[in-house]
Design a protein around this ligand. Structure first.
Ligand SMILES: *Cc1c(COP(=O)(O)O)cnc(C)c1O
Length: 389
């Protein structure tokens, strides 16, 4: 791959932070986990934060905290990474898929409302590509129906809605710090909430369901602990947290850089009639996690363009197949094609182009030149700019 679709950004200050943590004596859950949680809470305006081993664990913990289980339904987006719905299946509840707006690929208050039934206990929304959903209306819908609003904000770390940070907009917000996301801890995730009880339940859940952690028992000079619920080992380590603290200090400049690169793509592709970017909504700072365009060329299909670009080393991708079309969801819940026609139509047209801090403007030009050549059905592609890695 010459240019991937997304990529982490590491520098020597990150390395120094990790080495310092490595030499501190704490390898797993120590003081840096707490420090990372405090930093996240400050930055994203969330009173309670629990760091977990990855974003999927954080989603699972959120389901546990809310007490969702068999017989319950949770509304989830039709277009997202599978983990957004898998967390519902983990606790024995049923994911019910909401249609997306074809211009943003976000669920809307209307599509969510259509998926609500008397069994609905929670709504999970996902800020597709880094653009926050319509949180004010979604929050009032959730409270009107007496259900919780959960934000899968794995794409939108660093985004804002009406001047408020993502992380403070839903009852529970989930972040992922996987290397391809907006900032990384290698593997890692977090749950942000204003609810102290949920935070306590999540802390227990990430540590086998045990009511105290090692450091608390050390302090109390006690060996006794009680496993009060069935939990998992979903802890984050001090090494990961050291990297997270260091990365967090650079998040805002990366979001700016992502926005600059995104505008460059739009400027170059503005004259290409068969390429349409997704729409931007008002009153938001978009985190630009993914650069997704819709392809409608008479000379080449989306799949042909995808394969041509992969052949020249461009890590284009497709995010995502509607979750209910995966074999597991058909088998386990009987879902069938046709459930969300707009999501299925979008899935046949979307293409994710490379976008990450550190991508150069020459590389953006090159990606656009190759995309245009592929979409016009040419078989000869421009040469890659020097400095591509
Ligand atoms: C990455 C991602 C997840 C899962 O995060 P991990 O840290 O990889 O477990 C969940 N939902 C969405 C939308 C994601 O993009």
């Amino acid at each position: 791959m010459i240019i991937p679709y997304g990529r982490h950004n590491l520098s020597s200050d990150d390395e120094q932070a990790v080495i310092k943590a490595l030499r501190s004596g704490w390898l797993t859950t120590g003081p840096l986990v707490t420090a990372f949680e405090l930093e996240l809470g400050k930055r994203f305006n969330a009173p309670h934060v629990a760091a977990l081993s990855n974003g999927t664990a954080a989603l699972h913990a959120a389901m546990f905290a809310l007490g969702i289980g068999p017989g319950d339904e949770v509304v989830t987006p039709s277009i997202s990474f599978a983990a957004t719905a898998n967390c519902v299946a983990y606790v024995g509840a049923k994911p019910v898929f909401a249609e997306v707006d074809p211009d943003t690929l976000l669920v809307t208050p209307e599509t969510v409302e259509q998926a609500i039934t008397p069994n609905t206990r929670a709504i999970i929304v996902m800020d597709y590509g880094g653009q926050p959903c319509e949180y004010d209306l979604l929050a009032s819908l959730a409270s009107k129906r007496g259900v919780a609003l959960i934000a899968d904000a794995c794409h939108s770390v660093g985004a804002e809605y009406k001047g408020r940070p993502v992380g403070s907009l839903a009852d529970v917000t989930v972040f992922s710090f996987h290397p391809v996301k907006n900032m990384t801890t290698c593997e890692g995730g977090a749950v942000l909430t204003a609810n102290a009880d949920w935070e306590a339940r999540i802390r227990m859940f990430r540590n086998h369901g045990i009511d105290s952690d090692f450091r608390q028992r050390e302090k109390a000079v006690s060996y006794d602990y009680d496993m009060v619920d069935l939990g998992f080992n979903y802890r984050l380590s001090d090494l990961h947290s050291a990297l997270g603290i260091s990365q967090l200090s650079k998040l805002d400049s990366w979001v700016e850089e992502r926005n600059r690169l995104d505008s460059q793509y739009n400027n170059i592709l503005a004259d290409v009639p068969w390429v349409t970017p997704l729409s931007d909504l008002e009153e938001r700072l978009h985190a630009r996690h993914l650069k997704v365009v819709r392809i409608d060329s008479k000379d080449a299909s989306r799949d042909r363009i995808f394969h041509d670009l992969r052949k020249v080393g461009l890590g284009v991708n497709v995010h995502y197949k509607p979750i209910y079309l995966h074999t597991y969801y058909k088998k386990a819940y009987g879902y069938e094609p046709g459930l969300c026609p707009l999501a299925e139509e979008a899935y046949s047209k979307i293409l994710t182009l490379p976008l990450f801090p550190g991508l150069t403007s020459q590389q953006v030009e090159y990606v656009c030149e190759c995309l245009i050549a592929a979409g016009e059905g040419h078989s000869v592609f421009p040469a890659a700019p020097s400095g591509s890695n």
